[in-house]
Structures are given as C-alpha cells and as structure tokens.
Write a protein that binds this ligand. Structure first.
Ligand SMILES: *Cc1c(COP(=O)(O)O)cnc(C)c1O
Length: 268
C-alpha cells in the first residue's frame, strides 16, 4: 500500500461526502509476503480517525524471534486491531487465529447483546471478559487450548527455532536461485516464502513456459508449488514452514525444479 495514494483516496472520499471507516494494512501479503509501511499508514489513519486493522495472518508470528520483531513495527502505536494465524507458521492445527484489539470497547459496543437468559453474576461483577461479545456468533470452540499446548510443548525457544529454521532455509534457497543465471529471484524474502521465475530468454511467451514447468512439477508429485504474478510475470512460490522440512528437502526441491526447467527448455 502506498501511503501517499491512501491519503489521496481518503481525501477524495471525504470530498465526496463518504466516511472512510477502516483501512486494512498487510504485514506479509499472501502473494509475496510484501510488508505495508504500517507506521506511515497509521499516522494517516490517526489524523483522520480511521480504524486501522493489520492483517499479519502469515508473517506476524515471526515476531517470536527478537531479530524479526521489526515486522510488527508501528502496530503497537497505531493499529486498532491486529490478527495473526498460529495455524499458518506457528505449528498449530487449523484453525486458530489470534485477534488483538487496542481497545475492546468499540468492539463490544458493536457486538454485545445481553438477553435475559445470558445475565449472570460473573458478568455483572465486571471481573470476567465475555468473549461472546467480541464476535458475531455466541458459541465458540476452545481453540486457545491447542495453542496453549503448542506453546507448552515447544516453549518460546522451540518456536523461535522453528521460525529461524524456515527463514534460514528460505535464505539458502534464495541464494541458489540468485546464483543461477537462468532464474530471476524476487529479492524480498524475509520469511519462509521464496518467489522466483525461470528466464526463458529466447521465448516470446515466458508465462506459458513457466506454467508448463509448474504443471509438470506438480503432476510429478515430487514437489508442490503455487504461483503468483509479480511485475506482470507468472512467478513460482516455494513456501517453507512444515516442521519436518529439512535442508535436504529444500535442496532436492531446487534440483528438481532446475532439472525440469532444463527439460522444458529442450522441448519448447
Ligand atoms: C492466509 C492469509 C489470510 C487468510 O487467513 P485465514 O485466517 O486462514 O482465513 C489473510 N491474509 C493474509 C495476508 C494471509 O496470508
């Protein structure tokens, strides 16, 4: 998100008589793990009284590591709400999303209902938090229990080790891609995702060749990659983050990609 463009759009909405209500910034986009400038966006939202939500679904959990705490820069000062998903990169089975709000009052004012049959002494004492007032449904599963078990089992150091392993493997893969003259690497890879594409120098339809490569790799059953578009080009995504993934897996995945790429090149 470009803060200057955001400010322009907000001004335009106001001029048109509309009330900008919420801005959603992303820390680690799904496509490429891009990171929005949350602090600058937050300053713009704060000036105009716009709610700032921060979607850190995948990348937020990286902040368990001291050296990656920068990912959440600006959140504590400017975000009104923030989510991250332990079910993505923090070893917790689907589904488990963590929601943080700077001030719970607006949320409760919007969502709470208190019919007679829900009245009780604990609520009236003000000493308990009724999470039913934080969401649309009344009932909810006890998802916090499995997260608690994950935290207890791995411990803070275990979780850090998991994140660090993923980041280091992604970094190593990026190094191999960068060193290969037939591939273009997306240099932004702070987490466990690495995006790159083959350079089919003499081909007019680069994306079609990349699509063929992807299809053949995935059909082989040896690796499973997804793709996205970066700068108009079809780009491969290698996501590293499973607890059983080792350096050997990443190494052989890269060798497999490289070999299949050569095979496609010989044919097209
Ligand atoms: C995965 C992802 C989502 C969707 O998250 P769920 O909680 O699984 O629905 C939203 N935003 C981003 C940036 C994501 O990476």
């Amino acid at each position: 998100m470009r803060p200057d463009h955001l400010a322009t759009l907000i001004e335009k909405d106001l001029a048109d008589g509309a009330t900008p209500t919420m801005v959603c910034a992303t820390i680690g986009t799904t496509s490429t793990t891009a990171i929005d400038p949350v602090r600058r966006i937050g300053e713009i939202c704060a000036e105009r009284g716009v709610w700032l939500h921060v979607d850190a679904a995948y990348a937020g959990v990286a902040a368990v590591c001291d050296e990656l705490r920068w990912v959440n820069n600006g959140v504590a000062e400017f975000a009104d709400s923030y989510v991250t998903d332990p079910h993505k990169w923090l070893l917790t089975n689907f589904d488990c999303t963590v929601l943080w709000v700077a001030d719970r009052v607006p949320l409760i004012e919007a969502l709470s209902i208190l019919p007679e049959y829900l009245r009780n002494a604990a609520t009236e004492s003000g000493e308990v938090i009724d999470y039913r007032d934080w969401q649309i449904p009344l009932g909810r599963r006890f998802r916090a229990l499995k997260l608690w078990a994950v935290l207890r089992w791995y411990g803070a150091e275990g979780l850090r080790e998991h994140i660090r392993t993923g980041v280091a493997l992604a970094d190593e893969l990026a190094g191999w891609v960068r060193a290969h003259e037939d591939f273009a690497l997306l240099e932004h890879h702070p987490f466990g995702l690495v995006c790159f594409r083959p350079l089919w120098r003499d081909l007019s339809d680069q994306d079609a060749a990349t699509a063929t490569l992807l299809e053949r790799l995935n059909d082989s059953g040896d690796v499973y990659l997804s793709h996205t578009k970066v700068g108009g080009h079809m780009t491969l995504r290698v996501a590293i983050g499973a607890p059983a993934t080792t350096r050997e897996h990443v190494r052989s995945a890269w060798q497999r990609i490289e070999a299949e790429c050569r095979a496609v090149r010989d044919e097209v």
